[in-house]
Design a protein around this ligand. Structure first.
Ligand code: HSE
Length: 429
């Protein structure tokens, strides 16, 4: 056992950072045994030094993160600032000074993961980021390491707890989107500005990271097709129920059948109640991975929150500290397949389309012809008439997203179609 401690600095000390510091202190003896050397919190870089931080020695607090990284005796930096800058510059500075990095920063990894991995490799250091995707759920390491000998073909997951809480409320109470969002805000699940969650940006960043790992290729945030869930209505849930489905905001990553390309997307979708993801309630996350040899795996747990996210950070800290003692590094970026990311139009799936139409002879035939003209095959049609108007719900067989978009555009131009009330993909069948 080495007695000289490994020196660790925290970059950022918000909800996650303060939990990391707390667990490092309370579990110090266990961490020492597991790593083979003590880990010492040697500095904490913050923006607001006057804030009271219980359990943290005030002499460790500094506003000069760069000076902390340059002082020459630091082994590992834990970045829990979030966002692009100053996190990116600080992580790069850490590598330049021989410091390995544990990060929880999904936005930065989704945008600049390749450059950060390259910097880590150039300086022979580690970059670990289990906490960047789905909080406490072990997912990055199982996909990067445990499944390194298998071939992942599909990943489908609920990777945003806030939106899952809102959708679960709508499903279980019949509430509309705004009412469910208000409850999520009151309970602290949704932030004052919920845009990143409800518009799918948070999930898209996680999707980009997972797609890169799953398919050994580079997938950037801009490659991920994204639709938020603000348009999902109580009527959509009623329709989903009639089909034996619920609605989830899903991140879906697929390898094309010919293996030559991949797709990455985030959008709300109906899934059958029998699918394991349908039973993921409240703010929980779950990710369903389909691999060639392993078959279907599901990873489930808390995807956010101080302590759960700190658990993932500390797991990485132990791994990186062990590597450091062994004078080794863990796995870096694996992007050797260089598969292109296909546009959303190439994605093939099923659709649930709800139309408001005139209730008169020939309308159904006209609508069916429009689907046929675009090569989209109809699976089921349900019509409910009322006062000369009708609501028509069409569920299609599998079709390309581009064909579906063309169909909807043409439907909107029909005089007899008063409006397209909703379009939702149907997944997981
Ligand atoms: N805001 C995210 C969520 C947690 O609701 O899941 C951090 O990624």
């Amino acid at each position: 056992m080495r007695t000289r401690p490994l020196k660790v600095v925290l970059l950022g000390c918000g909800v996650v950072g303060s939990e990391v510091a707390r667990i490092m202190t309370t579990h110090a003896d266990d961490l020492t045994q597991r790593i083979g050397a003590p880990v010492e919190l040697a500095g904490v870089a913050v923006r607001r030094p006057s804030k009271v931080r219980e359990g943290i020695d005030p002499s460790l607090i500094t506003t000069d993160a760069t000076a902390l990284l340059k002082r020459g005796d630091i082994d590992i930096a834990i970045e829990v600032i979030g966002g692009i800058e100053p996190a990116r510059t600080l992580i790069t500075t850490a590598f330049e000074h021989g410091i390995s990095v544990v990060s929880a920063n999904k936005a930065l990894l989704a945008q600049d993961g390749a450059a950060l991995h390259a910097a880590a490799e150039q300086h022979g250091r580690d970059l670990y980021y289990e906490a960047a995707v789905a909080g406490a759920i072990p997912l990055v390491r199982p996909m990067r390491e445990s499944l390194a000998g298998d071939k992942i073909n599909r990943v489908m997951g609920i990777v945003n707890g806030t939106t899952n809480f809102i959708l679960d409320k709508m499903d279980s109470t019949g509430a509309g989107y705004q009412e469910a969002l208000d409850e999520a805000t009151a309970l602290g699940y949704a932030e004052a500005d919920p845009t990143a969650d409800v518009e799918g940006y948070d999930a898209a960043a996680k999707a980009a990271i997972l797609a890169g790992i799953a398919f050994h290729t580079r997938v950037r945030l801009d490659d991920v097709y994204r639709e938020g869930m603000t348009e999902v209505s109580a009527a959509d849930f009623a329709s989903a129920k009639r089909m034996g489905c619920t609605i989830k905001l899903l991140a879906i990553l697929e390898r094309a059948a010919d293996g030559e390309s991949v797709t990455a997307r985030v959008h709300p979708a109906m899934i059958p109640l029998s699918h394991p993801l349908a039973s993921v309630r409240e703010a929980y996350n779950a990710v369903f991975v389909e691999a060639e040899a392993a078959g279907r795996l599901m990873f489930y747990g808390p995807g956010a929150g101080g302590a759960p996210t700190a658990s993932a950070v500390l797991g990485d800290l132990v791994a990186v500290a062990r590597n450091k003692l062994a004078e080794a590094t863990g796995p870096g970026e694996s992007a050797y397949t260089q598969l292109p990311v296909s546009p959303m139009g190439d994605v093939v799936t099923r659709y649930h389309i709800s139309l408001d139409v005139a209730d008169k002879p020939g309308v159904l035939a006209q609508v069916a012809t429009t689907f046929a003209e675009h090569g989209v095959s109809i699976d089921t049609v349900r019509q409910q008439g009322k006062d000369g108007e009708a609501s028509l719900v069409v569920v299609t067989h599998r079709a390309a997203d581009a064909a579906l978009s063309g169909t909807v555009e043409a439907l909107r131009k029909l005089d007899t179609v008063r409006g397209v009330a909703s379009i939702m993909r149907v997944e997981g069948e």
